[in-house]
Design a protein around this ligand. Structure first.
Ligand code: URA
Length: 494
């Protein structure tokens, strides 16, 4: 094994890689190591290419190195992928270059495993470059004297694109001096020359959170252009992904504006009679729209995720505190959200039918959901169910665990994939658990369909089939609970 030690930038790797190729070193015989802290990313023509020679060939002149012919496209891919934040990147890039040098052109094809990875890395870096250009926001530095930098920005790039972006800003911001600080270094433009320091990790306190005058104006303008009636959250998040909000001055405004827009829209949608009246609708803070209860439960004040903002209320589980069987659904639906009770809407009615067929009364079982707030999206005046994200299920597992500890059911029936994953605390394929009871730390689990799956079936026969599967599962849960109870009372002699 040959150790090759390089500085952590493309030019250093390129020189070393050409040397290694000259010595005919196979990728698996090289241990690529990086010396010292990350160095500067040199912006230079790292691979020349001959635009007149079609797909293939360019000669890379390097006095003590191999001569490598690379296509223009591969040259660009290697340069971009070199900025991908991943310690093994140099070994990987050498592997690709080596294969290419051996005549294996597939190495640069997206249909090849290495080629696909190269494309993926380059794509991700190109996105990071674009994002940094789009989302860096300079603020006027606080210093009263006109000492450089006049403008400062904090940004957390996904890959090592600081130097590239700094070049971009240097060409566009004229003589004004500026500093861009990142968690892995900074770029400083003094009005004439660019200075890069990627050697020091900069802590978050370099972040600049004070608004200057221009920014105050910008925020006022941004707010004034926002039309709640035309809110399209998906499009907004697509154009300006949430992860960038924290670095943007307007980022702190967005969640509040969305929630105001939504709560205004929700009230109108829920009270169609009121919504139909003329006059002004006045959005109020989501916090103030929560129901007033005699004794607010801590679930009512749950803020573990953002779902509470658009829900009318949290829907706790319901049923005997010592029920032998617990049924877990996904999340409350529209009816449940308004009534505060689980499984009272169409899916609940179907579930009740399945329970009756299985010989179970609603009063016997404890009914709850993996997620306690209704997640929905507006469709006209309707609120359409939206599947909760994994992080929301995860956030809500706190409440499910409390219910499991309190009720200690013998058998837990999960309705649908979300409930199964919530119970197992990991992603699970319903098909793998379907039908056979599985053992849990403190009892048994049975996985079946969610009743809304039956509602979504196209015809009666298909609906009946799903309903039959649910009632079979519930019947099995009842028998299992009874037999465990029988065995228990035999043991205790009760
Ligand atoms: N769907 C569920 O998963 N739970 C309910 O409470 C209602 C519909």
């Amino acid at each position: 094994m040959r150790a090759i030690v390089i500085e952590d930038h493309f030019a250093a790797w390129r020189a070393a890689a050409l040397g290694a190729l000259a010595e005919d070193l196979a990728p698996e015989t090289i241990d690529w190591r990086v010396t010292g802290p990350p160095g500067l990313q040199q912006e230079q023509a790292l691979f020349d290419y001959d635009a007149t020679a079609s797909a293939a060939a360019t000669v890379l002149p390097e006095p003590t190195a191999a001569t490598v012919h690379v296509s223009k496209e591969l040259a660009a891919l290697l340069q971009d992928a070199a900025l991908y934040r991943e310690p093994q990147r140099w070994a990987f890039l050498y592997k690709v270059l080596w294969r290419w040098q051996q005549g294996d052109r597939a190495a640069a094809s997206p249909a090849d495993a290495d080629g696909a990875q190269l494309y993926r890395m380059a794509r991700s870096v190109r996105r990071a470059k674009h994002d940094m250009i789009a989302y860096v926001r300079f603020r006027k530095a606080a210093s009263a004297a006109r000492t450089p930098p006049e403008y400062i920005a904090w940004y957390e790039p996904e890959h090592d694109v600081l130097a590239w972006a700094a070049e971009h800003f240097a060409q566009r911001m004229g003589r004004s001096s500026w500093l861009i600080a990142t968690p892995r270094g900074a770029a400083f433009w003094d009005g004439r020359a660019l200075h890069l320091d990627q050697r020091r990790a900069l802590p978050g306190e370099h972040r600049c959170d004070t608004a200057d005058e221009a920014e105050t104006l910008w925020l006022a303008y941004y707010r004034s252009t926002f039309n709640p009636a035309r809110l399209n959250e998906a499009a907004l998040e697509q154009h300006m992904p949430v992860r960038f909000w924290k670095g943007l001055p307007e980022g702190s405004l967005i969640p509040g504006m969305i929630s105001e827009a939504k709560s205004g829209a929700r009230r109108i949608a829920q009270a169609s009679g009121v919504g139909a009246l003329g006059g002004k609708s006045i959005p109020i803070e989501a916090e103030n729209a929560q129901p007033v209860r005699e004794e607010a439960s801590s679930l009512d004040s749950c803020r573990r995720c953002e779902l509470w903002r658009n829900a009318t209320q949290a829907v706790p589980g319901a049923g005997p505190p010592n029920a032998r069987i617990m049924l877990i659904g996904e999340q409350p639906g529209d009816h449940e959200d308004l009534s505060g009770q689980p499984f009272v809407g169409p899916a609940g009615q179907l579930l009740e039918l399945a329970m009756t067929r299985a010989g179970l009364a609603r009063e016997q079982v404890y009914l709850t959901n993996a997620v306690k707030h209704f997640k929905w999206e507006p469709r006209g005046k309707r609120r359409l169910h939206k599947t909760p994200a994994q992080r929301e299920v995860q956030a809500c597992s706190y409440w499910l665990e409390r219910e499991l500890e309190r009720v200690r059911p013998t058998v837990i029936v999960t309705l649908g994939a979300t409930a199964l994953a919530a119970l197992l605390r990991e992603k699970a394929n319903l098909r793998d658990y379907f039908d056979a009871p599985f053992e849990l730390d403190s009892g048994w689990g049975i996985a079946t369909y969610h009743p809304s799956f039956a509602l979504r079936q196209q015809d009666d026969a298909a609906r009946d089939k799903v309903l039959a599967a649910i009632s079979d599962a519930l019947g099995r849960a009842r028998e299992l609970a009874e037999s465990v109870d029988r065995a228990r009372s035999r043991r205790t002699g009760a």
